[in-house]
Design a binder for this molecule. Structure first.
Ligand SMILES: NC(=O)C1=CN([C@@H]2O[C@H](COP(=O)(O)OP(=O)(O)OC[C@H]3O[C@@H](n4cnc5c(N)ncnc54)[C@H](O)[C@@H]3O)[C@@H](O)[C@H]2O)C=CC1
Ligand SMILES: O=C([O-])CC(=O)C(=O)O
Length: 339
């Protein structure tokens, strides 16, 4: 995923690709919630990313230790830990990308929506600070319920007069990561060769993997497609139950978050044809936010791509996810405007 970076005599950062080298711009990335289950491994993965020059690790507690630890890794970026609201300004100033895995995770028996009451307020506060201190940053929202936290962020930015729909992303990469793994296992192909778009939202049936578009083609029977779809939709719950009260996916989420942030940085740096699925403002359906393939560029979203041809099974899945996704979006918008 990552390539090495060296410093030239002139002090510029050079990205090595085989024998060729090219300079990469300085980029500051902040992780908000950096001392958490996702935050810590994500901090490490972002420290390993040669496109990052400054890494700001913010949480309400414990970030000095995480930052000291990660800062000893032998890569280009300078790492700093920030703790408590007084230091949020410093953490955010100058950021190109802000990744938000702050908030409580699920326990067995809970839905992602059960996290709303606590996480909505956390996200709202953090987004108000982003609007103030780094209004131009790309925001990668991980905190659940993503189907509501992204609309909350949009409303906070609108109120502050800083909203740019090209810069707000709900991170749904873990759904793609899971769909790829499960498909590769069933189709008996190398997961590194697999691609599966996942559209809709990030909770239960709103997660809609499009296995009819999966590559390489495997012509799996309908019952396998249904089982793969269900497993992808329940992937988060599979981990929550296996962890039995100790939280939800953290390591695979950090991996997925690092892939998505890397794609954002590549887009900002002008790398062509960077495409990832993400939950963004959208006109792909009648819903105001929807996850689909998105082309990333120098300003964030360059193109929200359409769904492509759907099987009858996927078309039915699309229609049945809409009421739940609509309600989650509206809940977020209402919260942001009432509180
Ligand atoms: N989008 C996705 O695919 C996924 C989303 N998640 C979500 O990510 C969130 C975090 O999960 P974990 O890291 O496992 O939880 P965790 O509880 O281990 O870590 C959360 C961290 O957020 C911090 N935090 C709380 N309030 C904060 C604030 N106001 N400012 C900054 N930091 C604050 C906590 O101190 C803690 O260190 C949860 O909401 C979870 O549901 C988890 C997995 C996948
Ligand atoms: O399931 C959860 O609560 C965490 C999550 O979003 C996921 O793992 O996809």
């Amino acid at each position: 995923m990552f390539r090495s970076v060296a410093r030239s005599a002139a002090g510029k950062h050079l990205l090595r690709r085989g024998y060729a080298t090219e300079s990469v711009p300085d980029r500051k990335v902040a992780v908000l919630g950096a001392a958490g289950g996702i935050g810590q491994p994500l901090a490490l993965l972002m420290k390993l990313n040669p496109l990052v020059s400054r890494l700001a690790l913010y949480d309400i507690a414990n970030t000095p230790g995480v930052a000291a630890d990660v800062s000893h890794v032998n890569t280009r970026s300078e790492v700093a830990g920030y703790v408590g609201e007084d230091q949020l300004k410093q953490a955010l100033e100058g950021c190109d990308v802000v990744i938000i895995p702050a908030g409580v995770p699920r326990k067995p028996g809970m839905t992602r929506d059960d996290l709303f009451n606590i996480n909505a307020g956390i996200v709202k506060g953090l987004c108000a600070a982003i609007a103030k201190y780094c209004p131009n940053a790309l925001v990668n929202m991980i905190s659940n319920p993503v189907n509501s936290t992204v609309p909350i962020a949009a409303e906070v930015f609108k109120k502050a007069g800083t909203y740019d729909e090209k810069k707000l992303f709900g991170v749904t990469t873990l759904d793609v990561v899971r769909a790829k793994t499960f498909y590769a296992g069933k189709a008996k192909v190398n997961v590194a060769d697999v691609n599966v778009p996942v559209v809709g939202g990030h909770a239960g049936i709103t997660i809609l993997p499009l296995f009819s578009q999966a590559t390489p083609k495997a012509n799996l029977p309908e019952e396998d497609i249904k089982a793969l779809t269900k497993r992808t939709q329940d992937g988060g719950t599979e981990v929550v139950e296996a962890k039995a009260g100790k939280g939800s996916a953290t390591l695979s989420m950090a991996y997925a978050g690092a892939i998505f942030a890397d794609a954002c940085l590549k887009g900002l740096n002008g790398v062509p044809d960077v495409v990832e699925c993400s939950f963004v403002q959208s006109t792909v359906t009648e819903l105001p936010f929807f996850a689909s393939k998105v082309r990333l560029g120098k300003n964030g979203v360059e193109e929200v791509m359409g769904l492509g041809p759907l099987s009858d099974y996927e078309q039915a899945g699309l229609e049945s996810l809409k009421p739940e996704l609509k309600a989650s979006i509206e809940k977020g918008i209402k919260f942001a405007n009432q509180n």
